[in-house]
Design a protein around this ligand. Structure first.
Ligand SMILES: *Cc1c(COP(=O)(O)O)cnc(C)c1O
Length: 467
């Protein structure tokens, strides 16, 4: 097939996606709205995508780029003279490695535990699952959704290898009391990780309490470049306060006949593309550029949050301090509001009820929303009115009861196929219905363990090549 035709086919497929630019997709994507940034990143990516970060002595350009990027992150986030780090493929890998390093630095602990606020990112549950570590989940303060430092301190035991705080949490965009949590960890001689994956490139420019490596007791911090550093997908930084804290993250193996394996992260072969693209974007935007982008995203969030708070039928959850927010419905079904927003060209992200947090809609605001807040708020008001008029989705009470009664561990293929049909789902590329409120209502009726099972089953259906 001719190269042009291949690209045309790809472009046509991309046409079916949510827009990644323009501020209408309020989760998953981050748009600086800076002209030329995509082209720069793509060119830098192309220059380095065939080099392999596996061996920094063979490709010293990547070594230099990584040290530059880590140094930039350390400068921004309170690093001291001994601060070191690694560039990873994303926030999840950074969080996984923070847990793995903490576990492996304490081989004497037979049953290692990590202490998490219930609002911590799911990546820490993934780490617990992958690395055989127990997640000790601590309730947050029920109205602010912030971690409760006294409860966190009380949860630390002799088996604790890591305590986690978020700056901010993904779901509600609130910042945990990092100083108090880190002090408790330090007093117990335990590591403390700050998950600044989403907020790390914004919060240094916001008026918030100290949250970074300058806080005594904070031993590591994760910050994603593919979020508010506006880099292409595939880069995050994991910082450690010292080389000694990082050592257990590294992996070496001479137990095979090939070259002695030596890895700084979970990957072996590592494309230079994402790193080079991130390096180029950081250099191009620069500290002043990021200050401006952060100020605009923060101001835009403030205007949007104030507008939501003033919208009859909606309630903002907690007090968002960064560029994320979550809002619940007072007299409207938020899943229907999400569908109504979708019909108006906006993606807002449904979040199920969890602990003290009711069902809500999450928004991630970027610099691209600056100046367009009124358009969003006007459509949101209309969407809420339409949702109120429509009422909750018509899912038969028998179907809800059937779902609620399913046994997650005994779920059969037949039961799942029946559910897909009941939810109005098709197959192949057309699997999702236009309106998701009924599906979300069914999923909300499922207990968390069952919801996990149902969605895993669903993912298996999605990732099945058509004949
Ligand atoms: C996005 C995010 C992560 C995980 O990052 P990925 O890049 O999606 O793997 C972890 N923690 C927080 C707070 C996040 O927002």
């Amino acid at each position: 097939m001719a190269a042009d035709d291949v690209l045309a086919e790809l472009a046509a497929l991309r046409g079916g996606d949510l827009p990644t630019h323009g501020g209408r997709t309020l989760a998953y994507v981050y748009d600086s709205a800076l002209p030329g940034l995509d082209a720069l990143a793509a060119s830098a990516h192309a220059l380095a995508s065939s080099v392999n970060g596996l061996d920094p002595t063979a490709f010293p350009s990547l070594l230099r780029l990584e040290n530059d990027v880590v140094a930039a992150a350390a400068r921004l986030l309170g690093g001291g003279p001994g601060t070191v780090g690694a560039v990873t493929s994303g926030g999840t890998e950074s969080c996984l490695l923070a847990v793995q390093a903490a576990r492996d630095a304490r081989p004497e602990v037979a049953e290692p535990e990590i202490v998490l606020p219930e609002t911590a990112h799911a990546a820490f549950h993934k780490a617990a699952h992958y690395f055989g570590v127990r997640a000790v989940v601590v309730p947050v303060e029920a109205t602010t959704f912030r971690a409760d430092p006294a409860a966190m301190a009380a949860a630390i035991t002799g088996s604790t290898v890591l305590v986690v705080a978020s700056a901010p949490s993904y779901a509600h965009g609130v910042i945990d009391p990092v100083a108090e949590i880190a002090a408790a960890a330090r007093a117990a001689g335990v590591r403390c990780h700050v998950d600044a994956c989403i907020g790390g490139w914004v919060l240094p420019h916001a008026e918030v309490a100290p949250f970074d490596l300058s806080v005594p007791g904070v031993t590591s911090l994760s910050v994603d470049l593919h979020k508010y550093a506006y880099c292409p997908k595939g880069t995050s930084v994991l910082l450690h306060a010292s080389a000694e804290l990082r050592r257990a993250q590294y992996f070496a193996s001479a137990a095979w006949p090939g070259y002695t394996m030596l890895n700084s992260t979970m990957q072996s072969t590592r494309s230079g593309g994402p790193l080079a693209a991130a390096w180029a974007v950081l250099r191009h935007i620069g500290p002043d550029g990021y200050r401006d982008l952060a100020a605009r995203a923060l101001a835009s969030t403030r205007r949007i949050v104030d507008g939501i708070a003033a919208t009859p039928g909606l309630r903002v959850l907690g007090e968002p301090e960064s560029t994320l927010a979550a809002f619940a419905g007072l007299d409207v079904d938020v899943f229907v509001v999400a569908d109504e927003m979708k019909a108006r060209g906006w993606y807002v992200q449904p979040q199920f009820a969890s602990g003290p947090s009711p069902a809500n809609l999450h928004i991630t605001v970027t610099a691209a929303n600056d100046g367009h807040e009124d358009a969003f708020l006007a459509d949101l008001r209309d969407a809420v009115d339409a949702a109120r008029a429509a009422g909750p989705p018509d899912v038969g009470p028998d179907v809800v009861a059937f779902v609620a009664a399913l046994d997650p561990d005994g779920l059969t293929g037949e039961q799942f196929a029946g559910l897909l049909a009941a939810a109005g789902m098709g197959s192949g590329d057309q699997v999702l219905p236009d309106r998701m409120a009924a599906v979300n209502t069914l999923l909300a009726a499922a207990r968390p363990r069952l919801r996990e099972r149902l969605l895993v089953e669903f993912l298996g259906v999605l990732y099945t090549p058509s004949e």
